[in-house]
Design a binder for this molecule. Sequence first.
Ligand code: X8Z
Ligand code: ZN
Length: 607
Amino acid sequence: MKAAHLACPLALLAACATAQPTPHAAALTGAPTADEAKQFVARTADELQRLSTRDNVAQWIKSTNITDDTELNAASADDDLLAAQTRAVHDATRFDGLAGLDADTARQLLLIKLNDVGPADAKEREEETQLAAKLEGLYGKGKWCGPDGKARCRDLQELEEVLARSHDPSELRDAWVGWHSISREMKPLYARFVELQNKAARGIGFADEGAFWRARYDMPADDFEKELDRLWAQVKPLYDDLHCYVRGRLQKTYGKELVPDGKPIPANLLGNMWAQEWTNIWPLVEPYPGGSSLDITKAMETQKWDAKRIVKTGESFYTSMGLDPLPETFWQRSQFVKPAGRDVVCHASAWNVLIQNDLRVKMCIKANQEDLETIHHELGHNYYEHSYYKLPWLYHGGANDGFHEAIGDSLVLSMTPGYLQKLGLLDKVPTDEKGLIEVQLRDALTRVSFLPFGLLIDKWRWEVFSGKVSPAHYNQAWWELRQKYQGVSAPVSRSEEDFDPGAKYHVPANVPYARYFLARILQYQFHRSMCQASGFKGPLHECSVYGSKAAGDQLKAMLALGASKPWQEALATMTGSREMDATAILDYFAPLQTWLKEQNKGARCGW
Ligand code: X8Z
Ligand code: ZN
């Protein structure tokens, strides 16, 4: 599969295609020519698009009905695609250094070479695709049936609900431990999966699979790593301020014994299975309770919002900006709610299955704020796909994978209290200083909290791929990074029998994660530009581009580029700048940061 955001085990940024026999390098003799390169690109694109379509169908069937058969079927389609991509990557090297290529051919050759590949040995490739399908399946089917296996079995959605709502430390611990037990059996499979991916990456000249992932950003792979660290350094002070305030407030509920000063926060106390977003602990940290309620989940429940209404609300945001309505087939073919009686991958994803505008989402929607935001996120992927599906196949993709993740998220920033009031989900729009802090703190619990998590998953994987961390130390290295970046700790002691990274979807599903960190930075840059385009003049956090055709035009112009240009150019189209930069998120949260610093005076921050 191609799109980076799909729940596709092997799909990475530029990947996914394969198929009709491309002209094998060996079969071509004589010096390569620019014409020949052009034909090679066209043939390869045809083949890869055909195989990707078939793979998408198989992946969709598997993800919406996990069985041994659908897993094997998906693995087999993946295998064909991967075989063709691997061959194409090798064949494309024939044109390395060739002068006289037109810009489009050169760009497409580059993109072919960034496609996912498999090990050269067919048996090993088959093993890899089967492992990929199995690992994602284990996650999708995961259930916790108590320590002796005899309790009522609970799936992730149920256990997440406990993490979100309970304030009883032992209940929180049990739900956390329960879910983290489902990944234990993944460990040997994952270790082998890493070996095979490394073999594949080395087969095309990369040091390891991590280096291959980092090479997909229109800049040298080492520079990309530095770029991430630079962006993190920009936002870390804001995260630290939030961490300090939240820890202080959690102490009031759980006591200093459970939440000591100067130490990481236990990961089960932050309202989310992975402590990646902290919105759910709002009742414990709300600074000025008693004012207007910002809890729109309650309003959605009372008003009995269903999945269709949630998705329609998402679509109307896009159409209000002048983007097209979703195709009729979207409504017929998507999975909005968890079907009864079969295992599915509930983790939300967006698809263009048959490629020709066959947009779909796959979700298990619940009526809450998180899913209202997630549908905007997923539709962002769908609208990107809608904007580039007529471009040549190799341009079907985001400017980089962080762009793909940031589109919907940038619109979520326009879901201001004023907008939510229009939806009937907020009674009153807070107008005073306290109201502003409340709104910003809630936002920060959702988005600032995420930043270090977004960074550390791939920091861990890169170390795993490079061999710096061996399977004997997988879990230890994981918790070192969780502590270092997030300042959270495991709620109970862990060992190498545990495989805690596997309890996060993107690890068994093999979806790179740095993209989400980038998206958290980019979404504010996009928001700032769209606000300017819409003519908005006030502070960034007050702007909503709902209904702005000018903002929509600006967005459409960038989306329409797909992957045809380096991301720096796409960014310039949208923002006028070629740099990713955290000043937009820092500006946005400036009032909150000042307030947090005030609150934290005298506290022992850090861990
Ligand atoms: O996986 C997702 C999306 C699908 S691309 C729902 N997200 C990350 C996660 O859930 O961990 C969105 C935010 C981060
Ligand atoms: Zn996404």
